[in-house]
Structures are given as C-alpha cells and as structure tokens.
Design a protein around this ligand. Structure first.
Ligand code: FES
Ligand code: FES
Length: 157
C-alpha cells in the first residue's frame, strides 16, 4: 500500500506492506537511521519520533497509522550544518555516552520544551519516563535539558 505523510517538513510517499512498523519504514525504506531499533516493544524509547508534536515509539506504530501525519526525527533539528541548542546542551552537559538512546531523549526534550519552556526537575523526569538509558544514570540528561531550556530562552529573547 502507498502511505503518505510529512517527514521533517517534506511530503513523502512510500510503498510498504501494511504490517510494517513506522520504525522499519523510516529506517529501511527512507534511510532515517537516527531512529534506533531497541526493544521493539514500546519499552526503551530508542525509536522515539514526534508524531504531530508528541513523542511516540515508532516500533508501536504501523505504517497506515502514519498516513497524513507530521513526523519529525532528529534529522529535522540541525539546520544548515548547525546543531540544535538541545543537541549542544547534551554535548556540553556530558549527557551522551554510547549515544544509542540520545536521539529519542533529544526528541522527547524538544517536545517538552516546546510545550513547557521552563520545566521543573520533576516535570523533566515525568517527560522522560518512556526513554531508557543504560549508560549515563540520567542525571546528566536532566542537567542537559535544564541547560537546553536556558539556551532556548536566551535565543528567543
Ligand atoms: S524500540 Fe521502540 S520502544 Fe524500544
Ligand atoms: S548513552 Fe548509552 S544508552 Fe544512553
């Protein structure tokens, strides 16, 4: 079947089996490799994308469910060779080790900071509930999101 949706601002049409997951559509059909294959059971958040602005596990979405939606992956965030302030903050705060979980965390942080530009630590923890990291112990990720919030407020002034 043909499925069409907006991917990172561009309209795409793909011919896929109806039981293919969005994770596989993105990685195998469209070459979007920032979306990681982890548990494939909706538990780790490595496959997180934004669908109409909300973080969603792409391993739990079937291709037909993407029809007409607006999907954002990490590739959307850097523009003209410059990384996004949230990406800068993750680097500066030392919130990346192996990096496998990082695209999912950054997209979750992006969605959080869009709707709540100045979250408390508890609000950050709540937003990150669906993302697992085996390396960092989370503290630096939380610090990175606090730093990202400050950077984004500075840029928007
Ligand atoms: S791969 Fe989708 S939640 Fe783990
Ligand atoms: S940095 Fe390795 S899983 Fe998070």
């Amino acid at each position: 079947m043909i499925v069409s949706f907006k991917l990172n601002g561009e309209l795409v049409e793909v011919d896929v089996p109806p039981n293919m997951t969005l994770l596989d559509v993105l990685r195998r059909k469209l070459g979007i490799l920032s979306v990681k294959r982890g548990c494939e059971r909706g538990e780790c958040g490595a496959c997180t994308v934004l669908i109409n602005g909300d973080p969603v596990c792409s391993c739990l979405v079937l291709a037909p469910q993407a029809e007409g939606k607006e999907i954002i992956t990490l590739e959307y965030l850097s523009k003209n060779g410059e990384i996004h302030p949230i990406q800068e903050a993750f680097i500066e705060a030392g919130a990346i080790q192996c990096g496998f979980c990082t695209p999912g965390f950054i997209l979750t942080a992006y969605a959080l900071l869009k709707r709540n530009p100045n979250p408390t630590i508890d609000e950050i923890k709540k937003a990150l509930e669906g993302n697992l990291c085996r390396c960092t112990g989370y503290i630096k990720i939380i610090e990175a999101i606090q730093l990202a919030a400050k950077k984004l407020q500075r840029y928007s002034r």
